[in-house]
Write a new protein. Structure first.
Ligand SMILES: Cc1cc2nc3c(=O)[nH]c(=O)nc-3n(C[C@H](O)[C@H](O)[C@H](O)COP(=O)(O)OP(=O)(O)OC[C@H]3O[C@@H](n4cnc5c(N)ncnc54)[C@H](O)[C@@H]3O)c2cc1C
Length: 423
C-alpha cells in the first residue's frame, strides 16, 4: 500500500473518531479513573497556549497537540517515497485535494457542527485546519510544478491550475476575521462561491479524470450534494406546514436591541445553548439572501414540553440588525435555519453561576430557565435521585441601565417561579 493511501486511511479514521467522539468519551469515562479525566481536562484540554487575536482563534494545549500531529503526519506524507520533483508535485496536489474534501462538504459551518455534535468554534477550527492545509499543499504543488514544467498560461491545464490557485487563496483570504468583519455576509457568500469555483477549476486542471485525485473530487461533490439536500430539507421541515404561511415574528424595539418572538411551525424541545439563523426578507433590499444567527433566549412550552413560541434578542450592530431596528413593520415573516448549538450538561452541578456582559445574557438566560424548570419538575413530581441546583446565580454586567428592559419580564417570571434558588 502506498504512503498516500496509508495517510488517507489515517485521516479518514481521525474524522471517523471525531464523528464518534461523544460515544468514545462516554466509554473512556466509564473505563478510566475520573481523576485522570480531571487532570487531562485541567492541564491539556483547557489551558490556552495562544490567545485570541485578529488573525487567529485561541489554541489550547490539546488543540496544539492535534495540529502538530496533523502537520507532522502530512509533512511525512509529503516526503516519504518521493524521489523526484515530479513525484513531490503530484503528492502535494493529491494532499491538497484530500484536504479539500472535508473543507468543502457542508453548506454552513453550524450544520457541520450539528452533524458532528461539536461546538461551532470546534468545527470552525476543524474546517480552517483542512482549508489551510489544502492551500499550503496547493502552494507546494505549484512550487514543484514550476520546477518540473515551464509555466505557460496558453496551455489550458496550466491556466486552469493557476485560476484554481487564485480562487482557493481568495476563498481563504475572504474568511480571515480581519477581512470578513468589513461585510460579513458578502465575504461569507464570496467564500462559498470561490470554494465551489476552485473545485471546478481543479477539475478542469486535472490531466487524468480518474484515479485518486478525481476520486477525491467526486467524493467531495457527492457529500456536498447530499449535505446540501439534507440542509434544505431540514429547513423546509422546520418552516413549512401544509396550509399555513411561513411564521411571522412580532418585533419589539428597545434601546440598542430588538426582540423577535414567533410561533413555531413545528415545535421542538428547546435547550440552553441553542441558536437559530434567521432570514427576514422584508428588512432590506438583499436581506432575503442573508441569514443571521441568534441565541434562543426564551420560549413557551406546549403540553408535551416542546417549544411552541421562541424569542431572540438582537443587539443593534451596523448592518442587518440596524435595518431591522429601523423597520416600520411590527410583524415580519421569518425563515428559520436551525436549531443548532450544543447544550452544556448542568445535571451534575448543584450550584451554577451564569456570567454575562451585555447581549451575552441572551445565551445565559435559557440555562437559568432550563435549570429552574427542572427544579420545579423534580419538586412537583417528587422525583428521587436527580440532582437539582440549590442555587443559580446570574451575574450580568450591564452596559446601560436601560438594557434591563431587554429581559426584565422573563427575569420576573423566573423569580416568581422560584426566588429561593435563583439569585
Ligand atoms: C452562534 C451565534 C449566536 C449569536 N447570538 C446572538 C444573540 O443572541 N444576540 C445578538 O445580538 N447577537 C448574536 N450573535 C451575533 C449576531 O449574529 C450578529 O451580531 C449579527 O449577525 C450582526 O448582524 P449585522 O449585519 O447587523 O452586523 P454587522 O454590523 O455587519 O457586523 C457586526 C458583527 O457581527 C458579525 N456578523 C455579521 N453578520 C453575521 C452572520 N451572518 N453570522 C455571524 N456573525 C455575523 C460580524 O462579523 C461583526 O463582527 C450570535 C452569533 C453567533 C455566531
Amino acid at each position: 500500500m502506498n504512503v498516500l493511501m496509508i495517510y488517507t486511511y489515517f485521516l479518514s479514521g481521525a474524522i471517523g473518531l471525531l464523528f464518534l467522539h461523544h460515544f468514545i468519551l462516554f466509554i473512556l469515562k466509564f473505563l478510566l479513573n475520573p481523576a485522570l479525566f480531571y487532570l487531562l481536562t485541567r492541564y491539556i484540554v483547557l489551558p490556552y497556549i495562544v490567545r485570541r487575536s485578529l488573525f487567529w482563534s485561541p489554541i489550547s494545549r490539546g488543540a496544539a497537540f492535534i495540529h502538530i500531529l496533523h502537520w507532522s503526519g502530512t509533512l511525512i506524507c509529503n516526503i516519504l517515497g518521493v524521489n523526484s520533483a515530479g513525484a513531490a508535485r503530484s503528492r502535494a496536489g493529491s494532499l491538497a485535494l484530500l484536504h479539500l474534501v472535508p473543507a468543502l462538504w457542508t453548506p454552513q459551518l453550524s450544520f457541520g457542527a450539528h452533524f458532528f455534535n461539536l461546538s461551532l468554534s470546534a468545527y470552525n477550527r476543524f474546517h480552517r485546519a483542512f482549508g489551510w492545509m489544502a492551500l499550503i499543499q496547493c502552494g507546494v504543488h505549484i512550487i514543484f510544478a514550476v520546477r518540473t514544467y515551464s509555466f505557460d498560461l496558453a496551455e489550458a491545464s496550466h491556466r486552469n491550475g493557476f485560476i484554481a490557485a487564485i480562487t482557493l487563496s481568495s476563498a481563504t483570504l475572504f474568511f480571515l476575521p480581519l477581512i470578513r468583519q468589513w461585510a460579513y455576509e458578502i465575504f461569507l457568500k464570496g467564500h462559498n462561491f470561490l470554494s465551489i469555483m476552485a473545485s471546478v477549476m481543479i477539475w478542469l486542471h486535472l490531466e487524468e479524470k480518474k484515479g485518486f485525485d478525481a476520486f477525491c473530487l467526486y467524493f467531495a461533490l457527492g457529500i456536498s450534494v447530499l449535505t446540501y439536500i439534507v440542509y434544505f430539507l431540514r429547513q423546509f421541515y422546520y418552516n413549512l406546514v401544509a396550509g399555513r404561511p411561513v411564521a411571522a415574528a412580532d418585533l419589539i424595539k428597545y434601546q440598542d436591541a430588538v426582540k423577535l418572538t414567533l410561533t413555531l411551525a413545528r415545535p421542538w424541545k428547546v435547550r440552553g445553548g441553542q441558536y437559530v439563523y434567521m432570514t427576514i426578507p422584508a428588512v432590506r433590499a438583499l436581506s432575503f439572501a442573508e441569514s443571521h444567527p441568534f441565541s434562543i433566549v426564551w420560549w413557551e412550552e406546549g403540553p408535551n414540553g416542546e417549544a411552541i413560541t421562541l424569542s431572540v434578542l438582537a443587539k443593534i450592530e451596523s448592518g442587518f440588525t440596524r435595518a431591522l431596528a429601523s423597520s416600520s413593520h411590527e410583524h415580519l415573516r421569518v425563515w428559520i435555519d436551525g436549531p443548532y448549538g450544543q447544550c452544556i450538561d448542568t445535571k451534575q452541578y448543584d450550584s451554577v453561576i451564569l456570567i454575562a456582559t451585555g447581549i451575552g445574557v441572551a445565551a445565559q438566560l435559557p440555562y437559568a430557565k432550563e435549570l429552574l424548570s427542572r427544579q420545579l419538575k423534580v419538586e412537583s413530581e417528587h422525583l428521587k435521585g436527580l440532582t437539582t441546583p440549590k442555587r443559580i446565580s446570574i451575574v450580568w454586567e450591564l452596559e446601560e441601565e436601560s438594557h434591563e428592559d431587554w429581559i426584565y419580564q422573563w427575569m420576573d417570571q423566573l423569580l416568581s417561579d422560584d426566588s429561593k434558588t435563583l439569585v
